[in-house]
Write a protein that binds this ligand. Structure first.
Ligand SMILES: [Ca+2]
Length: 502
């Protein structure tokens, strides 16, 4: 391949710094080398590195090993539920977890901005809230318990036509800081509806709040209720065990077979976690992740589709594509996906694991496990090569204890006698507290040591699953982007995660 540096760890450290410093470091061939092992270095503006010691962790319970992390709302806007008026799933006798949800105590328990009490039109003698700005209530600890599931119900309408208002269950650390997770529903109607958000409390459950925000017309809220609900199920029936290679001793903990007609937004976000969960790119990639039919489900397959568009982006970025990030998180286990790669020079799909927010609210990078990256720049990186690796700290080796003869340990790719964009393949990784083993179509490719740590050496948060299709950048796009090949899709038959049985 290219005559570039060989030390993985050193490469990672250098590349990380280079990405932060942008064009100032590296040069020539080294740019591509550095990029190869560092696909997910977030931009400095985007990565909210929070380094407070975890010793100050709130009294949050550790999530169960197979923690259900998510909501089960009907398909709607991104990470959202917007069901029409419906009875709550929870039984009516379940304890109310919010205070003053019908404003009988005036504005008590709510932090408000341009919000006034008005007469209720639904409850005789009652009060409603007319919101021009926002109303927020911290969810009093320990109302939410990590790993348990809840339903937020909000009876609301827009006072006039205009931009949708936003209802959120969100988490931030500390209060007033950037959001670290948000489940939202959009109020779109001038008629009252009951909007619903189902979610599973994350490890940092004590940081939760309910927020009601107008984005134009005033938002009228009659009632807000937060109730415990039955656990949100994270698994569904496995459609086929063909082409699956699960090691003995593992149980299914999370999966999506993509059997429906649209992406299950209760399981997946479509942006990176960074930037308050809104980041739409990493590195110097040329695409922006969007929801313009970039995540389509048909015939049992999810297609993450990249296409060329004409945009008004001042940076001249004219590609849109898709990414899925699981709301479900876990540490360790076996992760497997059956995929078909896109064709075309300049494309860069990947299946990888990155740290979610830790129980103490911290978020940092690394760690990162790249189960696969299929980079096709047409010259150094070709269609018969599949990259796989981990991101380690500079002075923490990830030593290989097993290597397939067809795996190049200098550049961390498997060299196949076929092209990966010409058929379906199953790629998996077994991840333990000390090692990562990669599998390709059931064939063991390598085992290497690995510690899932933040840069400060502490244990990182649980991992979320990522599958994405990037376009361009100094690695995949080093020799251009074949616009004529677009649109192209990373096709995903299924994604499954297993936890080790005790
Ligand atoms: Ca499928």
């Amino acid at each position: 391949m290219t005559p570039m540096n060989a030390l993985h760890a050193a490469t990672v450290a250098l590349a990380s710094a280079c990405l932060l410093l942008s064009a100032g470091c590296g040069g020539g061939d080294s740019v591509a080398a550095e990029t190869q092992d560092t696909r997910a270095s977030p931009t400095p503006l985007a990565l909210p590195v929070q380094t407070d010691p975890p010793a100050t962790a709130p009294q949050v319970a550790a999530p169960p090993a197979v923690a259900p992390q998510v909501a089960a709302p009907p398909a709607a806007a991104p990470q959202v539920a917007a069901a029409p008026a419906a009875a709550p799933a929870a039984a009516p006798q379940v304890a109310e977890l919010l205070s003053n949800g019908q404003f009988s105590l005036g504005l008590g328990h709510w932090d408000t901005q341009d919000a006034v009490l008005v007469a209720s039109t639904q409850r005789a003698g009652g009060q409603a809230l007319s919101i021009g700005g926002g109303a927020t209530q911290r969810i009093a600890a320990p109302s939410l318990v990590a790993g348990r599931s809840y339903t937020l119900l909000v009876t609301a309408r827009l006072e006039s036509a205009g931009a949708p208002a936003r209802l959120s269950v969100q988490f931030r650390r500390p209060a007033g800081s950037e959001l670290i997770r948000s489940h939202q529903a959009a109020v779109v109607s001038a008629d009252y509806q009951v909007y619903r958000i189902d979610f599973t409390a994350p490890p940092y459950a004590a940081m939760g709040e309910v927020a009601l925000n107008s984005a134009g017309p005033r938002l009228r809220v009659e009632a807000v209720s937060l109730l415990a609900r039955t656990p949100i199920v994270q698994t569904e029936a496995v459609t086929s065990t063909a082409d699956s290679y699960v090691p003995a001793g593992y149980a299914l903990a999370f999966n999506d077979e993509f059997s429906g007609s649209s992406l299950d937004r209760s399981k997946w976000f479509t942006r990176y976690i960074y930037g308050g969960g809104m980041l739409d790119r990493l590195n110097d990639e040329q695409q922006r992740y969007r929801d313009n039919d970039n995540h389509s489900v048909a015939n049992g397959v999810l297609s993450l589709t990249a296409r060329k568009v004409t945009s008004t982006d001042p940076g001249g970025v004219n590609y849109e594509s898709g990414v899925i990030r699981s709301d479900w998180t876990a540490r360790y286990g076996y992760y497997e996906a059956r995929v078909k790669m896109p064709s075309g020079v300049g494309l860069w799909p990947a299946f990888w694991l990155a740290s979610d927010v830790s129980a103490s609210g911290d978020l940092a990078w690394p760690p990162e496990i790249d189960i696969f990256e299929f980079v096709n720049n047409g010259v150094e990186d070709k269609r018969n090569m599949l990259h796989s690796g981990v991101i380690s700290l500079p002075n923490v080796p990830s030593d290989l204890s097993y290597v397939d003869p067809d795996f190049n340990t200098q550049w961390n790719y498997f060299w196949a006698p076929y092209n990966f964009d010409e058929g379906w393949h199953t790629v998996g990784a077994e991840w333990t507290p000390t090692e990562v083993t990669m599998y390709l179509d059931g064939r063991k490719i390598y085992t290497r040591s690995y510690r899932w740590n933040f840069p400060d050496g502490t244990l990182a948060g649980p991992a979320h699953i990522l599958l994405n299709l990037a376009v361009g950048g100094s690695w995949a796009g080093r020799h251009g982007i074949d616009d004529a090949a677009l649109p192209q899709s990373l096709q995903i038959d299924w994604v499954r995660a297993y936890s080790k049985l005790p």
